[in-house]
Design a protein around this ligand. Structure first.
Ligand code: ADP
Ligand code: MG
Length: 671
């Protein structure tokens, strides 16, 4: 048989194969892009995906941006702003170093970059295929920072496309990457959402703490059982810091967040070593949550291993692992000892634990462990027989990553809410996006956490509620809370509202006349005749009808009648007695001239109208769904889910602490 002719592969094919090595799935590409955003000193990073990132993977940051002149070459291989000489390789402090990520992505997807530097008058937008610009960069509007859009990933690699059928599974990986970077970079605010959805699946605030973010991403159950870990060794030139769960906490699958020199990696060897310590503290087949940040002198890390960069090796791996293992053990022992003492004081004899209770009662009764631990052989005392154990595995190739409950929850949410993904309109107006980002920057992170966990206790009046958080009881101002909630919904669901049809169209002229009769309107002779004002209001609002209908589902007909109002929240109807004042204030309080101010003031006024007030009693008692029902079942649940409490809520009387149970208990103890 004739041997096959050896031919040189077409260059684009070579590039595509190489790119497939670097970018194996959406989460891979995302990781590279997050690292670029962090390198660019961003403090806000927003990720938006569609179909788990296969259809769309977008990342927006507020970092330094890319100079217009660099746009031409930024996607070429080995183009980087981060490395100039070979010597730099040994002292890398930024994440990227080989200038390969963007190039690779452009070979397997449609890539678009929109970016603006601080000294540029506008943003520039450029698209790429196979490392090359598809046309000259175009000027456009945009804030400082960079937005990278990756569409139709693997459109030209059918095998890879077929292998990654499930958007849900890819989404899980994407969420995992975002969640992990959010924990590790607590000073940066991260958001992850599915395109077209207003609620984010992950949202952390800038300037949070690591524990804040563990709570936000992995839930309060993990967060309340954390032990801080710190260990360093000057000889081995490494420092490890992090948080690990104590023996009260366990999950089905180990969750291990590992960063080496701030790069997300995975290490089976290290995980196994740590888990072997936990084996004697946790019930069988359960595992801890671990977050570790390992900093090793750059000259000891071999970063130049593989383009995927998940495999990182360092010198003295075994010795370092052993040190960390000891630190974990000391932590757990210390913690266990104090618990033993405490529990024994309550339950004498509890240290005699049978096999069964040990298994079923989880972790809290494992008092015998401390004594036995001397007999146990920990992994670090064992001799390793398999050299593969020493490898820092590729992060994404592990099948067991489905993992942890918190991460699983994300799938559930994605399945529930993906229904309307197709029909939603994406907000593109800079004005609205700016207002939304203001909500985020102005959010009080402590209050956000409290609101998320609050328990609704009851209504004092339509205006006031009682909530419990931790062991504190608060009197809440439901009016201002609901106003803020509706204001935020109006912005985040912008142009996606359903319509609330009035049973009878409401004549704006009559409403305006009614409002002018009210003392609250502040009308005086000097304002001119009421009829004239009312006619003016009708013509003003009619002239805005198209926009109001399109963006807010506020429909006004030819005759100047309101047909529909926006439908802002399921199971909630505003009190209609506020409608006359609302119409009047739309004319007097809304700034119709500048786009951003217009949306802001319009949303504010609409939110005021929707907020629950003293006399907004849509139904009297006896009716099935009166105001109390709406407050409990519509307003407070929605606040828990999405409300970003503005800073001033921490100072004003929105939350008034009226009791602290620990103090109460102390009082009782004295009696
Ligand atoms: P590397 O990060 O290894 O340098 P990449 O291909 O990931 O290579 O990125 C190429 C270059 O593009 C970077 O060196 C950087 O100058 C620029 N860049 C990429 N993403 C961003 C971003 N989000 N903000 C600012 N610059 C960026
Ligand atoms: Mg990079």
């Amino acid at each position: 048989m004739e041997p096959g002719r050896i031919r040189k592969l077409d260059e684009t094919v070579v590039n595509r194969i190489a790119a497939g090595e670097v970018v194996q799935r959406p989460a891979n590409a995302l990781k590279e892009m997050i690292e670029n955003s962090l390198d660019a000193k961003s403090t806000q990073i927003q990720v938006t995906v569609k179909q788990g990132g296969l259809k769309l993977l977008q990342i927006q940051d507020n970092g330094t941006g890319i100079r217009k002149d660099d746009l031409e070459i930024v996607c070429e291989r080995f183009t980087t702003s981060k490395l100039r000489e070979f010597g730099d390789l040994t002292a890398i402090s930024t994440y990227g170093f080989r200038g390969e990520a963007l190039a690779s992505i452009s070979h397997v997807a449609h890539l678009t970059i929109t970016t603006r530097t601080s000294d540029s008058k506008c943003a520039w937008k450029a698209s790429y295929i196979d490392s090359q610009l598809t046309g000259q960069p175009k000027p456009c509007a945009g804030n400082q920072g960079t937005q990278i859009t990756v569409e139709d990933l693997f459109y030209n690699v059918s095998t890879r496309r077929k292998a990654l059928k499930s958007g849900t599974e890819e989404y899980l990986k994407v969420a995992e990457v975002v969640g992990r970077y959010a924990v590790h970079n607590a000073s940066v605010g991260f958001t992850l959402k599915k395109q077209g959805e207003s609620a984010a699946d992950i949202r952390t605030q800038p300037n949070s703490t690591v524990t804040d973010n563990i709570r936000t991403v992995y839930g309060p159950h993990v967060a309340k059982e954390l032990l801080e870990l710190r260990c360093e060794d000057t000889n081995l030139k490494f420092t490890a810091t992090g948080y690990i769960t104590n023996a009260n906490y366990s999950v089905k699958k180990c969750v291990f967040l590992l960063f080496i020199n701030h790069r997300l990696v995975d290490s089976t060897a290290l995980r196994k070593a740590i888990e072997s310590v936990y084996a004697s503290y946790l019930p069988k087949n359960t595992h801890p949550f671990l977050y570790l940040s390992l900093e090793i002198a750059p000259e000891l890390v071999d970063v130049n291993v593989h383009p995927t960069k998940h495999e990182v090796h360092f010198l003295n791996e075994e010795a370092v692992i052993e040190k960390i293992q000891q630190a974990v053990e000391t932590k757990l022992l210390g913690c266990n000892a104090s618990r033993t003492f405490y529990t024994q004081a309550l339950l004498p004899g509890a240290s005699i634990v049978s096999e069964e209770t040990e298994e079923s009662s989880g972790t809290s009764n494992k008092l015998s462990v401390a004594k036995d631990s001397k007999d146990k052989v920990y992994a670090h005392q064992m001799i390793r027989t398999d050299s593969r154990d020493q490898k820092l595995d590729k992060f994404f190739s592990k099948p067991e990553m489905k993992a942890d409950d918190a991460e699983e929850n994300l799938i559930d949410k994605s399945q529930q809410s993906s229904k309307n993904e197709e029909t939603r309109r994406e907000i593109q107006l800079t004005s609205v996006l700016t207002l939304i980002s203001q909500l985020e920057t102005n959010c009080h992170s402590g209050l956000r956490e409290a609101v998320k966990d609050m328990t609704f206790v009851g209504c004092v009046s339509p205006q006031h509620g009682l909530i419990q958080h931790g062991n504190k009881l608060y009197l809440t101002n439901t009016t201002s809370l609901s106003e803020e909630l509706f204001y935020q919904i109006l912005l985040t669901d912008f142009s996606n509202f359903g319509a609330l049809r009035l049973s009878k169209p409401a004549c704006i002229y009559e409403l305006a006349m009614m409002a002018l009769e009210l003392e609250d309107s502040g009308w005086s002779e000097a304002d001119g005749p009421k009829e004239e004002l009312a006619s003016y209001i009708v013509s003003l609002l009619k002239s805005k009808a198209l926009m109001l209908d399109d963006y807010f589902s506020l429909q006004i007909d030819e005759d100047g009648k309101i047909i529909t109002l926006p439908y802002l929240l399921d199971d909630y109807v505003p009190g209609m007695e506020g409608l006359p004042m609302y119409v009047l204030r739309l004319a007097t309080e809304v700034d119709w001239d500048s786009e951003q101010d217009c949306f802001q003031t319009f949303c504010r006024e609409t939110a005021k109208f929707f907020s629950i007030r003293q006399n907004s009693l849509p139904n009297d008692e006896g009716c099935e769904r009166g105001w109390q029902w709406m407050v409990e079942h519509a307003l407070y649940p929605a606040m828990r889910k999405t409300l970003l409490p503005p800073q001033h809520f921490a100072q004003d009387t929105t939350f008034l602490q009226i009791a602290n149970l620990t103090e109460l208990y102390r009082v009782f103890e004295r009696c």
